[in-house]
Every structure is written in structure tokens, then in C-alpha cells.
Design a protein around this ligand. Structure first.
Ligand code: SF4
Ligand code: SF4
Length: 225
């Protein structure tokens, strides 16, 4: 016997398919997010594990040495405590100068939405030459960007802007080379001027691109304004 689907039933089937496809899309997004978070944790945990192992080794040697020196009557614990305070201050300063343990986070005094040094460039007439090379440069987000949560950062390298495997910023629409977060873009993107950046242009006015651009970008060059 041939059965026919009523319009109402067909609508229900369409609706079910819509829900399934939406659920599938959400599951895909969640899975990608989970992988990104897992990558970040993996990186953090492996660094923390290596640091802890190294610290334990150094501490063991130090305590053994101290006990040996004290037993031999060459030092006292009081003298050692006093000197330790002095050395600690010196090391903290040295670490800060060398950026040891530093997180890449920009502390701008200005709100990005009122940033007054925005550089205007006719990108639409250049992008066929530069292929938005500026959006492959490395840049650190600001506290404002992080708290806002619109511009994504690399969970494995806090708080550098998230880039995809091709080296481009995650927010660049491939093909059109359009920034999908233009209104919310970070300050370095607002203040960056490529015109005199020889890593990109040999001659901006004449539209001559640096032939070594690809090689340079592979070295994870930084966006500097
Ligand atoms: S490299 Fe310069 S011209 Fe090209 S997209 Fe970036 S800012 Fe525009
Ligand atoms: S936020 Fe926009 S302008 Fe800045 S690097 Fe990404 S795509 Fe380019």
C-alpha cells in the first residue's frame, strides 16, 4: 500500500532535520572548542610539570649544600637567611628585566574605542598585492580585549591573538580578506601602519611587495605600530 506524507507530517520531518543539523553544528563547534581548551591545558600542564621537576632538583641541591656548609661550620643559618633576602630582591629585578615568566598582555591606558591614533589605509586597493600580510603578524591582546571576549586569543600562548594553521588571524575572512571583528579589533590593528614596514612593502606607493615576505612571516613577526 502506498502511503503519502501529509503537509503537516512533511513540516514535522523538515523541523526535525533542522534541529538535527543545528545540533550537529553545535556539537562540531563544541568539539573544536574542547580541542582548543585541551591544547591550552596540555601546554600549561607540561610547562608546569617541567618547571616543578627542575625546581625540585635545584632545591634538593641547594638544601644539601647548605646542610654540608653548616655542618662544616662555614656558615650559620642566620647569616644565610639575611643574605637570601638580598639575593631574592636582586633576582626578582633580573627576571623582570629579562621578561622571564612574562605573559604577553598589553596594558594600554587608552580605551580602544576612543583610540585617537587610528591609521587609515586604502586596503581595498592593496589587498590583492599584500594578501592582508598585516593579519599574519603576531600581536598581544589587552586586558580590555580579554575581558570583552570577542577577539580570540591563543590558549597555548596567552594572550597572543589566535591564528590558524595558515598563519592568519582567526578573525580574517579568507578570500575577501575582511576583518570580521573590525569594530572590536585590538589597538595594534588600529594603530599599525604598514606603509613604512619594509617587511611588507619595498615601496608602498608603487605597490612593490617585499619578495621575502613569506619567509619573514614564517618567522612569526610582530605587529609594531
Ligand atoms: S598590509 Fe597594509 S595594505 Fe595590506 S591589508 Fe594590511 S594594512 Fe592594508
Ligand atoms: S583582528 Fe582583524 S585587523 Fe586585526 S589581525 Fe585580526 S583580522 Fe586583522
Amino acid at each position: 500500500m502506498q502511503t503519502e506524507t501529509t503537509p503537516h507530517e512533511a513540516q514535522e520531518i523538515d523541523g526535525t532535520q533542522d534541529v538535527q543539523s543545528r545540533n550537529g553544528k553545535h556539537a562540531g563547534l563544541l568539539d573544536a572548542l574542547r580541542q582548543e581548551v585541551a591544547k591550552g591545558f596540555l601546554d600549561a600542564h607540561s610547562r608546569a610539570g617541567k618547571n616543578a621537576a627542575k625546581s625540585l632538583e635545584i632545591a634538593s641541591f641547594c638544601y644539601a649544600l647548605i646542610e654540608l656548609l653548616e655542618k662544616k661550620g662555614l656558615i650559620t643559618f642566620e647569616e644565610l637567611d639575611d643574605l637570601q633576602q638580598v639575593v631574592r630582591k636582586r633576582q626578582v629585578k633580573k627576571f623582570a628585566e629579562q621578561g622571564v615568566g612574562e605573559i604577553a598582555l598589553q596594558e594600554f591606558k587608552q580605551d580602544k574605542y576612543t583610540f585617537d591614533e587610528v591609521v587609515e589605509i586604502d586596503c581595498e586597493n592593496r589587498v590583492h598585492l599584500c594578501r592582508a600580510a598585516c593579519c599574519r603578524l603576531e600581536l598581544a591582546l589587552s586586558r580590555q580585549d580579554i575581558e570583552e571576549g570577542i577577539v580570540k586569543w591563543d590558549l597555548g600562548r596567552p594572550y597572543l591573538i589566535a591564528r590558524d594553521a595558515d598563519g592568519y588571524c582567526r578573525h580574517l575572512e579568507r578570500g575577501s580578506c575582511r576583518c570580521t571583528v573590525w569594530e572590536h579589533r585590538p589597538i595594534p590593528c588600529r594603530g599599525y601602519d604598514c606603509r613604512n614596514d619594509e617587511r611588507i612593502w619595498l615601496d608602498f606607493e608603487k605597490g612593490v611587495i617585499n619578495p621575502d615576505l613569506e619567509k619573514l612571516l614564517d618567522q612569526r613577526e610582530e605587529m609594531t605600530s
